[in-house]
Design a protein around this ligand. Structure first.
Ligand SMILES: NC(=O)c1ccc[n+]([C@@H]2O[C@H](COP(=O)([O-])OP(=O)(O)OC[C@H]3O[C@@H](n4cnc5c(N)ncnc54)[C@H](OP(=O)(O)O)[C@@H]3O)[C@@H](O)[C@H]2O)c1
Length: 269
């Protein structure tokens, strides 16, 4: 696939996986529409790319959980570059807390950003993607394979992307639009990453040392390869693949492992 002059919209691309994806696509000659809510951080990212000599970038602040912002975002791709070839629904937030203690506001927020945000952007983009036989891509997680105790709302939002992509793939076949989804495993956190606690307070996420993590560069490269090959679905990392296998063929064993790790965490073990 020749990325030259292809236009890619990446939601949530001021830091983390989205930012790395943008960098690799710019390297390949694509034009990129960056997005995030925090306009200051987004313009820092834009400036950093421009200082590295990259051209063909637009940065559009906006919240994917707001349909009007999503419409503006997709329109911006048309206004800046006159076309849209690929949308990567990457923007995501996470929250930690048991179902019984998580505030309804946090439940609503995570669902609106991770699930509805992907729906709104996709709906706005489809007419343009159909013109170019383009791609809609969803960034899901291995947390979608089974409800993770202490992270139920995140798991639910990511499994919703799975069913959404399955339905959309069939619906869009006749229009030639490729629909892909990646079940991403543990990835190295951006130093600026933060997640919500049960009350909706943002907690910085220090580097995780309890599990092997994939570098963002590897995750972004695999997503790009999937888009180039028009692949439907892929599970990233060995742990992710084992997780998927165990939940499908040995659900009782997978359940026991999760239960033990949840109770150990609760006891501070
Ligand atoms: N990191 C992992 O280990 C991992 C594993 C599996 C799956 N994933 C998934 O991969 C994706 C990226 O994860 P990440 O770790 O790179 O995240 P991250 O470092 O926390 O970055 C998230 C990006 O999304 C933006 N964002 C958040 N809410 C938004 C909204 N409502 N509208 C627009 N932009 C928004 C953030 O900027 P603002 O805050 O300024 O909006 C930021 O640019 C997420 O969907 C995540 O669930 C990550």
């Amino acid at each position: 696939m020749d990325w030259n002059n292809k236009v890619v919209l990446i939601t949530g691309s001021s830091i983390g996986i989205g930012r790395e994806l943008a960098a690799q696509l710019l390297d390949k000659g694509a034009r990129v529409v960056l997005n995030a809510r925090n306009a200051g951080r987004l313009s820092q990212t834009l400036q950093a790319f421009q200082e590295q000599g990259y051209q063909g970038i637009a940065a559009v602040p906006g919240d994917v959980s707001k349909p009007a912002d999503c419409a503006r975002l997709v329109e911006a791709a048309q206004q800046h570059f006159g076309r849209l070839d690929v949308v990567v629904n990457n923007a995501g937030i996470s929250a930690e807390g048991d179902v019984g203690e998580l505030s309804p506001e946090v439940f609503r927020k995570v669902t609106e950003v991770n699930y509805l945000g992907s729906v709104y952007v996709t709906q706005q983009a489809l007419p343009y993607l159909r013109q170019n036989r383009g791609t809609v891509f969803f960034v899901s997680s291995i947390a979608a394979f089974r409800g993770l105790p202490g992270h139920a709302v995140y798991s639910a939002s990511k499994v919703a992307l799975k069913t959404l992509s399955e339905a959309l793939r069939v619906e869009e076949e006749r229009h030639g639009v490729h629909v892909g989804i990646a079940f991403v495993g543990f990835t190295e956190n951006d130093p600026q990453k933060a997640i919500y606690d049960k009350d909706g307070v943002l907690i910085p996420q220090p580097a995780r040392d309890f599990v092997r993590q994939e570098p963002v560069g590897g995750v972004a490269a695999r997503i790009i390869r999937m888009i180039e090959r028009r692949e439907a679905r892929r599970i990233f990392t060995l742990l992710g693949k084992l997780n998927g296998f165990a939940n499908l063929f040995m659900p009782a064993v997978a359940g026991r492992i999760l239960r033990r790790s949840y109770h150990q965490r609760k006891m501070g073990g």
